[in-house]
Design a protein around this ligand. Sequence first.
Ligand code: SF4
Length: 408
Amino acid sequence: MTIDDLAAKVRAGGRLDRAEALELYARAPTPLLGRLADEVRARKHPGNVVTYIIDRNVNYTNVCIARCNFCAFYRPVGSPDGYVLGFEEIYRKIDQTIALGGGQLLLQGGHNPDLPLAWYEDLFRSVKERYPTFRLHALSPPEVIHLSRLSRLPVPHVIDRLVDCGLDSIPGGGAEILVDRVRKLLNCYSKATADEWLDVMRHAHRAGLRTTATMMYGTVETVEERIEHLFRLRELQDEDESAGAGFTAFITWSYQPEHTELGGAEATGVEYLRTLAMARLVLDNFDNLQASWVTQGGKVGQLSLAFGANDMGSVMIEENVVRAAGASYCMDEIEIVRNIENAGFVARRRNMQYEVQGEPIFRERSVPRMLELAVARIEGDSSRPPEIARYAARSAAEKKARREQTAE
Ligand code: SF4
């Protein structure tokens, strides 16, 4: 088929196959890709509304045994820069989030061998006791797999236990590219194969949880592998959407190479916009696509709204992962709303289910401005949370630290 035939197929509501998607991604002019994605977005979201959420991205630990070579955030077990947040610190972050009008934590972290399943259960339970309506969007599929291996329990069992303690939904981190050749090259095959990542989401959907899906592109993958990633997500969504569950949204961002073992160069803004538009065309069973302004900046984030995105993601209060790799864009609610409205859309607050919660909160009451992003820990803070002693140490480094503490 020619590019014009493929454009006509998209406009008629037809479903692209892998070869057709690849042809469009490789050869369609960028303005045409954008126009097609925008038309599909407008069909799905006719009211011209662009949403965003006020939540806080909390990375509870940076200690990780997975050692993905594209990651600048993790520290190995025993590193003096490794941290685990205390429960009190997490409550303080929740208090600050609530003060800004937020109602959810996006809670993700490294695969820390000294944090057993019971640590997560105690944390979730205590958060729900203190803040009964506060939502926990927590633990990406590789973290769930890590907990399943650590506790020697099957994944569905781990999910059930976490849900019993207050888990509300699962974020789609750790997907990178869902092709095992790529995962082996990125040293993330052992944390989760493509099938294992998809399986966690399948189990989560069966347990009634909503989840999100992501794609990190721009490392070692081919364009065919990016398209394959999108199709694997579309196929799972086909399976689970009919059961009333499934992914609420898709988010793509480019690999951030600074301070990583893998190194290399970051993809350009045009490549981001083409990839986002392609995702809108392939993922015809996803309602929502987020603009990744945290990696692309507010200006490309704003352009994303003309390339298929209908959501500006989160008002970022705290960010540690992409900042560790060099990106440090920051927008508070006023800035996000300014970008949405300046692009000709109506800005609305939403929750994780993409239900509209209302007008921008700063128009309802006064909220503090956030002109820079918070980080998990103030640099040089090496304090240990008191509750960590309640859980048996597994790593040699943690056992040694405990022995030294007792000897003091
Ligand atoms: S991406 Fe996640 S799992 Fe991989 S090394 Fe970084 S923190 Fe660990």
